[in-house]
Design a protein around this ligand. Structure first.
Ligand SMILES: [Ca+2]
Ligand SMILES: [Ca+2]
Ligand SMILES: [Ca+2]
Length: 231
């Protein structure tokens, strides 16, 4: 199985000014999934539409790293050496790229998908079997298993098979009516997920990501952005 740990939520809190919480889906940092990639790449395969009713076969790639990756010149092939697609462009941090093939390259009874970078290094090598009905995709779930996706799949979007942990924050101190705190601010993060939470990370004002182990204090006056996610 070549899966990765999957969709996470990142939230953010603006400390000492108006509290803003937002969430969007991302994959974890490289270090949690490195064993699943080859040559240290942060690009992973997350979905396969090998038997569409109409239109082209497609695959979904995801950049789970925090740096954009230039995939120009990368090639997608099957194990018979048939070229599915040649990639062009970049995949931003925590973004998807949906790659459409031409012709029938992805066998409906199972196949092997290989992705090579521009230097012909193998980046992805996965084997799938026919576990999805016609016009349904195969989605990678958060247990690194390929499971049947919905009709039409979820191209360019988090897989339905992935249920990210929910992360919430709590601030013990009293917020002034105008939205500010007049004391140090103690931030507590909580994460829940039906399949368990591996860890929660946070960063303050765009600094390094820290593993959350206990409530932390913001004492510098001013507005501060706290971002967090769990895997
Ligand atoms: Ca096919
Ligand atoms: Ca094939
Ligand atoms: Ca998807």
């Amino acid at each position: 199985m070549y899966g990765k740990k999957l969709v996470k939520r990142v939230g953010s809190v603006l400390i000492a000014a108006v509290i803003v919480a937002s969430a969007f889906a991302v994959l974890p940092q490289n270090d949690t999934v490195k064993a699943d990639t080859v040559n240290g790449a942060s690009i992973v395969l997350t979905e396969i539409m090998y038997n569409p009713t109409t239109g082209n076969e497609w695959i979904e790639l995801y950049n789970m790293g925090d740096q954009e990756v230039n995939v120009t010149g990368w090639t997608v092939k099957d194990d018979d050496g048939n070229t599915f697609a040649i990639l062009d462009g970049t995949i931003g941090a925590y973004e998807y790229m949906v790659v459409y093939g031409s012709g029938a390259v992805l066998n409906n009874d199972g196949d092997n998908i290989l992705v090579y970078d521009a230097a012909a290094l193998e980046i992805i090598n996965i084997t799938y079997s026919d576990e999805a009905a016609e016009n349904h995709s195969l989605e990678l779930n958060e247990n690194d298993e390929w499971v049947e996706g919905p009709e039409g799949g979820t191209p360019g979007m988090p897989n339905e098979a992935m249920t990210p942990p929910e992360t919430t924050y709590d601030i013990a101190e009293e917020q002034m009516p105008w939205g500010w705190y007049v004391t140090n601010v103690t931030v507590t993060l909580n994460a829940t997920d039906d399949t368990g939470v591996k860890e929660t990370k946070y960063r303050v004002d765009g600094g390094d990501w820290n593993v959350y182990t206990e409530p932390f204090v913001i004492s510098e006056p001013g507005s501060h952005l706290v971002e967090y996610y769990s895997v």
